[in-house]
Design a protein around this ligand. Structure first.
Ligand SMILES: [Zn+2]
Length: 178
């Protein structure tokens, strides 16, 4: 079986929330949403796109991630911002800082950058080249692989109702394939 890559975005994000995030976090904390979204993916080789500024503010969340040897952490920025619109110097400093923070916290090598909201251009590509990260261009929350089994990866948001509903379908499809 070709196992799809599942990427969870906005992990450990602690500020610069969207309206839909604020609405969701009025009901549950980000960490509670994350636990709910990943409850059936405990042993899955899940990829977590981490917003590094939230690492020091979410000790419980960090410790939870560390208890999952199959989960891989990667970089989703220092803060959740549009890295296309940042100076090369500032962007470089933020990504280097983020990479170091995530690597030293989780004792894992960070090799990929998942740009917030998939906002990519020449600038983000240049930034990735300078800081030696591979830019990820996973384009959407795609479930086509459930049907045709050819799409190997997609991403989701742990706090989004629609994504969680879709994750249920993904889990079912994975279970049926085993
Ligand atoms: Zn994001």
């Amino acid at each position: 079986m070709n196992q799809p890559e599942i990427v969870c975005h906005d992990v450990l994000q602690s500020r610069h929330f969207s309206d839909s995030q604020n609405k969701a976090f009025a009901i549950r904390s980000p960490f509670e949403w994350f636990c709910l979204a990943t409850k059936d993916l405990q042993d899955y080789p899940l990829v977590l796109a981490v917003v590094a500024e939230g690492v020091d503010e979410n000790i419980e969340w960090v410790n939870c991630i560390k208890k999952h040897p199959n989960w891989k952490v990667e970089c989703h920025g220092w803060i959740h911002r549009d890295y296309r619109k940042i100076s090369l110097d500032e962007g470089m400093k933020e990504l280097i800082k983020a990479k170091y923070k995530i690597e030293s916290t989780f004792d894992q090598k960070v090799t990929r950058f998942f740009p917030p909201k998939l906002q990519i251009n020449e600038r983000t590509l240049e930034l990735c080249r300078i800081v030696s990260l591979k830019q990820d261009e996973t384009s959407s929350l795609s479930y086509d692989w459930v049907k045709d089994k050819t799409i190997p990866s997609f991403y989701f948001h742990y706090w989004a109702k629609w994504d969680l509903k879709k994750m249920e379908e993904v889990r079912q499809a994975l279970a049926e394939r085993q």
